[in-house]
Design a protein around this ligand. Structure first.
Ligand SMILES: C[S@@+](CC[C@H](N)C(=O)[O-])C[C@H]1O[C@@H](n2cnc3c(N)ncnc32)[C@H](O)[C@@H]1O
Length: 358
């Protein structure tokens, strides 16, 4: 299709859409709480067949040429930021070529990684050379043994110390350019609310730029739901920790202070209710490794998507795919995962631009 058949960019609206792009399914870690489930359970019980279900087994991941063709269409589209996740995006070399194309299209790129690939010097150098804007590294406990229990690697060979080494390697490789910004993401589980401030202290010591503690989000039928998910009686401990975090921020950029209220609301209530000014399907879209495009990664929202709204990036053009979007959507499917979307969309400028003061 010739370029003049695409909708002209709307001069009143800058490219303000964020794509959370789960690029590849495999991961060297086997975190029992992961959104992707575990390979072991999917081998034993078979792959779930519901729409939107993720699996590290990666049987339907799109090939590189399809991903690259889509990335080439981002220029001139409403997409201004791409957060690349998975699975583990940096264990697969074509990811770096996809990032190159996204950057050439003028989009901001943030990568969510388990941190192990950052121990490989060529990967780190390429991230710096490509001008990647942010690298969010996952670490769930400031205590090495606890982290490696919560986030076990499949081989048992990698863990906390490699992640910390990877963060150090990236900080060193970027030198005084201060780009990519480097952050730590921590999944906060019930009975481990102390991680909120313990991890901030570690992040400050490591010299990272931003930090996002996020509440665990599990479906009520998940086998670990009752063990790991917060209950209303956990609220005082979490609220105390969050309050201390914002009082003693260790020079780290944090989500906007309104995040505290959203975090507390999310763990105080059951999953239901209206989401005011929801940006899912307006400024946020989720792409699965098989190319499916959803308005939001929430399993509740995916399950409620009408068949006519099911879309794919395979063979699609971002200028058309995201052209028709409202200013916000009317969502009544609140879940704990909602709170985790703010740092990706509205808080990201704050996380990436605030220079850490030390
Ligand atoms: C699925 S991982 C993919 C990217 C990369 N492999 C990593 O480890 O960061 C993206 C983020 O989601 C978090 N996460 C996974 N399962 C979660 C859950 N059930 N609730 C909240 N966060 C979760 C991970 O800890 C990580 O920070």
């Amino acid at each position: 299709m010739p370029p003049d058949e695409f909708p002209p960019p709307d001069a009143r609206r800058t490219p303000d859409a964020t794509l959370l792009w789960g690029l590849r399914s495999p991961c060297a870690f086997t975190c029992p709480h992961c959104y992707f489930g575990t390979i072991e359970e999917h081998k034993q019980q078979g792959l779930p067949t519901e729409a939107g279900v993720l699996s590290h087994l990666s049987r339907t991941d799109l090939p590189p040429q399809v991903l690259k063709a889509f990335a080439r269409t981002l220029a001139g589209s409403p997409v201004g930021r791409v957060v690349i996740a998975g699975g583990e995006p940096l264990d697969w070399l074509p990811t770096l070529d996809v990032i190159d194309l996204i950057k050439q299209a003028g989009c901001q790129v943030v990568i969510a990684t388990n941190g192990i690939p950052l121990t490989r010097p060529p990967v780190v150098q390429r991230l710096v050379d490509l001008g990647v804007d942010g690298v969010s590294v996952s670490l769930d406990s400031a205590d090495a043994a606890v982290n490696d229990r919560l986030r076990p690697s499949r081989s048992g060979r990698f863990g906390y110390h490699d992640v910390v080494a990877g963060i150090g390697a990236l900080l060193q490789a970027r030198g005084d350019r201060h780009v990519p910004r480097v952050g730590i993401y921590t999944v906060v589980m019930r009975e481990r609310s102390q991680e909120i401030t313990d991890m901030a202290e570690l992040a400050g010591q490591l010299g990272v730029d931003y930090y996002v503690p996020q509440p665990i989000s599990l479906a009520p039928d998940h086998q670990l739901f009752s063990v790991l998910t917060h209950r209303p009686d956990d609220v005082p401990a979490v609220a105390g920790q969050l309050s201390r975090l914002y009082d003693e921020s260790q020079g780290l950029a944090l989500p906007d202070p309104s995040y505290v209220r959203r975090f507390i609301d999310a763990i105080s209530t059951q999953d239901s209710g209206h989401v005011p000014d929801c940006f899912g399907g307006a400024r946020l879209f989720f792409i699965q490794p098989d190319g499916s495009v959803w308005d939001c990664p929430s399993d509740r929202r995916i399950a409620a998507t009408p068949a006519a709204r099911r879309r794919t990036i395979a063979g699609a053009d971002a200028r058309l795919l995201f052209a028709d979007r409202p200013a916000c959507t009317n969502c009544t499917l609140f879940s704990r995962d909602c709170v985790n979307m703010w740092p990706l969309v509205l808080d990201m400028p704050r996380l990436l631009n605030t220079r850490a003061v030390r």
